[in-house]
Ligand binder design. Structure first.
Ligand SMILES: Nc1ncnc2c1ncn2[C@@H]1O[C@H](COP(=O)(O)OP(=O)(O)O)[C@@H](O)[C@H]1O
Ligand SMILES: [Mg+2]
Length: 313
């Protein structure tokens, strides 16, 4: 238990996953250089970063599947290396590269996983929630990629874990299935579980996570709520419109509240602050331009990511 206070009131938070200076290499390849993070009870915590950033290695160390070379990890107060058996009963793991025998039936897999759980669990609910009811008797090998993915999540939840690790949850799911999966993850959290979500999808992290750690080259580059990250690293609003690529827009830079102008083909992107939209609009009209697509764009996690990585290059 720890205490975070803003000076006026303080809230007790319980840290369920604690990673301090984790280091892990595979031979010459440093997968995780130096990762520290704290996941609080009841949150959806995202690990966001490009392929190869070290996200999977970090969670596999926390799950007790890999042994760290350095640093310290506690999950639910347990040491994942020395107390792996105890931990396994209280966490759920959906692995990025999971596999089951092709001929095992969906219900058999669920029944098998449920048998390892300390409490007796009815897996029919999980089957229903993840849209696999009519696949109950299907062989694993006959399922589509998306159905296999949903089965792995159902398997991760079958022991009603206190902490669930989901690694690239929506990989291979179509847009509709992704949204269903997001709702289910929220439902898992609402029932009291803590969720650690690994993803390289910016929109997924922005939609789903309470807090996000941006992982880049084996390190945590920033941690905050998606909104907090956007405020700190997003780079402010942009006014965007289309124009013929050869049209001279040099005067835009002199417009009040404009800080920068970037052009890519017909797309013009104007960075600025405060009432920049009104000023750009007025300046455009004054120069005989009336673009029909003039709009204000808010920064997203994508911008956060680009700004953070640019700074690290
Ligand atoms: N079993 C392994 N053996 C050797 N290198 C590995 C292994 N697993 C991962 N790596 C390397 O470690 C780095 C981090 O990988 P990973 O943790 O899977 O990152 P992410 O999940 O962010 O894509 C990558 O360069 C990857 O190629
Ligand atoms: Mg990965």
């Amino acid at each position: 238990m720890g205490t975070v206070g803003d000076g006026v009131r303080s809230v007790r938070v319980s840290v369920v996953v604690e990673v301090d200076h984790l280091h892990k290499a595979y031979g010459d390849v440093v997968a995780v250089d130096d990762v520290s993070m704290q996941v609080e009870q009841g949150e959806i915590f995202g690990l966001l970063g490009p392929n190869g950033a070290g996200k999977t290695t970090t969670v596999e160390c926390a799950e007790g599947l890999r042994q760290p070379d350095g640093g310290r990890i506690r999950v639910l107060g347990l040491d994942p290396t020395r107390q792996a058996r105890e931990l396994r009963q209280r966490i759920g793991c959906q692995l990025q590269e999971a596999a089951l025998p092709d001929r095992i039936k969906v219900w058999e897999a669920l029944d098998l996983f449920a048998a390892f759980a300390p409490k007796r669990i009815d897996w029919h609910t999980a089957l229903d929630q993840w849209g696999l009811k009519d696949k109950q008797r299907a062989a694993f090998g006959s399922l589509s990629g998306g159905q296999q993915q949903r089965l792995f999540v159902a398997l991760a939840l079958v022991n009603q874990p206190e902490v669930v690790f989901l690694d690239e949850l929506t990989q291979g799911l179509d847009p509709a299935a992704r949204r269903v999966a997001w709702d289910l993850v929220r439902a898992v959290r609402d029932r009291g579980a803590t969720v650690v979500l690994v993803t390289h999808f910016m929109d997924e992290a922005q939609q789903l996570c309470d807090r996000v750690a941006v992982v880049y080259r084996g390190r945590v580059a920033a941690v905050d709520t998606p909104q907090g990250l956007i405020q700190r690293y997003g780079g402010g609003v942009r006014v965007v419109f289309s124009s013929a690529p050869d049209r001279d827009l040099g005067w835009l830079k002199q417009t009040p509240h404009v800080t920068a102008v970037a052009r890519q083909g017909p797309r013009v992107e104007v960075a600025g602050d405060g009432p920049v939209l009104a000023h750009v609009g007025a300046a455009l009209i004054a120069h005989g331009m009336e673009p029909t697509d003039l709009r204000l764009e808010q920064p997203t996690l994508e911008d956060v990511f680009l700004n953070i990585t640019r700074r690290t290059e």
